[in-house]
Design a protein around this ligand. Structure first.
Ligand code: CAA
Length: 379
């Protein structure tokens, strides 16, 4: 068994680390406070050829593997989770459905647009009545000649305000329940398509989260992505990749908690010595380091399985579950180590907690991950 990264994987991680620490981390507090979308950073990521990192060069991607993408995502999120989730939703949810299920024409037209950074990627599955029960989709798409007519709405959708199109799910055959859902690509400037940014979130303030409304939205029949009525299964497959990536993001936040806590513990003096000399603090740091390492190993294993076209549903869920719960715990401990300062906005750790919490919810709650794991155990 070889645990070492390849030269390319190391190079991508190191280049992104340098960029993230120099260009993203100094802006993270401002992005959190202002809620400003990290558009400039996305442009720079496009200049660095990172917007299509794990996709083939023929579509404008960088031809790297999923491991490299996850390593890059970990480093971006370690610097700023709002930027991390924007990048994650772009690649894992926006680009992936087109890459995995789109026709050659769709890949040439739409995937290329995403890989170049001309558009940010966005994906619409969740609805007010179809969250964990994603198969309960109510949005409908009815064929009228050669046109889909879409009605309904989506909620909690990432990146849509900055996307030229969103790939959504809609019921195309009511009689088949969740097996009658299809994926359809909808340009955001289509008449009847409204995007509303109305949420006030606990964290990830720089990430664009919106509601989508479809009122007789008409798109050509050929905007169907993949096979008709297979949209739900396709999206669950897309979410396997997304969950590995959320694992990598969570490791980024947990690592940032460890970085900040270790630094603070070494600098802070109480009772005449650095608090890093006290066993109570040492044990917290040691537990944090152990869990960061374990969570990282798990997302890397799941990404390796994906890169090698092996089943990875269970491992993706384990990676997301363990890493996201690790990130929240690490953030709580980081605040505790910082004491009163940890509760203040002057230090980044309270932001880490607010940002980490979403990772136990988005792309399937911890409970969904436990359901998936239990089912795959044979329950
Ligand atoms: N890959 C491929 N196919 C899969 C699959 C996978 N990982 N998991 C299940 N399937 C297949 C099943 O085999 C089944 O196939 P058949 O129709 O041939 O029998 C079909 O998909 C339906 O599967 P289930 O019967 O298991 O589905 P379910 O209704 O019981 O739901 C669930 C299972 C795990 C709860 C699922 O609904 C789920 O993951 N829910 C959470 C959804 C979620 O993560 N939402 C967040 C989306 S993010 C978003 O929208 C916004 C954004 O911008 C971030």
């Amino acid at each position: 068994m070889d645990f070492s990264l390849t030269r390319d994987q190391k190079m991508i991680r190191d280049v992104v680390y340098e960029f993230a620490q120099q260009e993203i981390a100094p802006k993270a507090a401002y992005i959190d406070k202002s809620g400003e979308f990290p558009a400039e950073i996305m442009k720079k990521l496009a200049d660095m050829d990172l917007m299509g990192l794990p996709f083939p060069e023929q579509y404008g991607g960088a031809g790297a593997d999923y491991i490299s993408y996850c390593l890059a995502l970990e480093e971006i999120t370690r610097a700023c989770a709002s930027t991390g989730i924007t990048y994650e939703a772009h690649i894992s949810l926006g680009c992936a459905p087109i890459y995995l299920f789109g026709s050659e024409e769709q890949k040439k037209k739409y995937l290329t647009m995403l890989c170049s950074g001309e558009s940010i990627g966005s994906f619409g599955l969740t609805e007010p009545e179809a969250g964990t029960d994603a198969g309960g989709t109510k949005t409908t798409a009815v064929l009228d000649g050669d046109t889909w007519v879409i009605n309904g709405g989506k909620c909690f959708i990432t990146n849509a305000s900055y996307a030229k199109f969103v790939t959504i799910t809609a019921v195309t055959d009511k009689s088949r329940g969740k097996r009658g859902i299809s994926a359809i690509l909808v340009p955001t400037d289509t008449a009847g398509f409204t995007i509303r940014a109305s949420y006030e979130k606990m964290g990830l303030h720089g990430s664009n989260t919106t509601e989508l409304f479809f009122d007789d939205v008409r798109v050509p029949k050929e905007n169907l992505v993949g096979k008709e009525n297979e949209g739900f299964k396709q999206f669950l497959q897309v979410l396997d990749g997304g969950r590995i990536a959320i694992g990598a993001m969570a490791v980024g936040i947990a690592q940032a908690c460890l970085d900040a806590s270790l630094k603070y513990a070494q600098e802070r003096v109480q009772f005449g010595q650095s608090i890093s000399k006290f066993q109570a603090i040492q044990f917290k740091l040691a537990d944090m380091a152990a869990n960061v390492e374990l969570a990282r190993l798990m997302y890397l294993k799941a990404a390796w399985l994906k890169d090698n076209d092996k089943p990875c549903t269970k491992e993706a869920s384990i990676a997301k579950l363990f890493a996201s719960e690790t990130a929240t715990k690490a953030a709580l401990e980081a605040i505790q180590i910082h004491g009163g300062y940890g509760y203040m906005k002057e230090f980044p750790v309270e932001r880490y907690l607010r940002d980490a919490k979403l990772l136990e919810i988005g792309e399937g709650t911890s409970e969904v991950q436990r359901m998936v794991i239990a089912r795959l155990l044979g329950c």
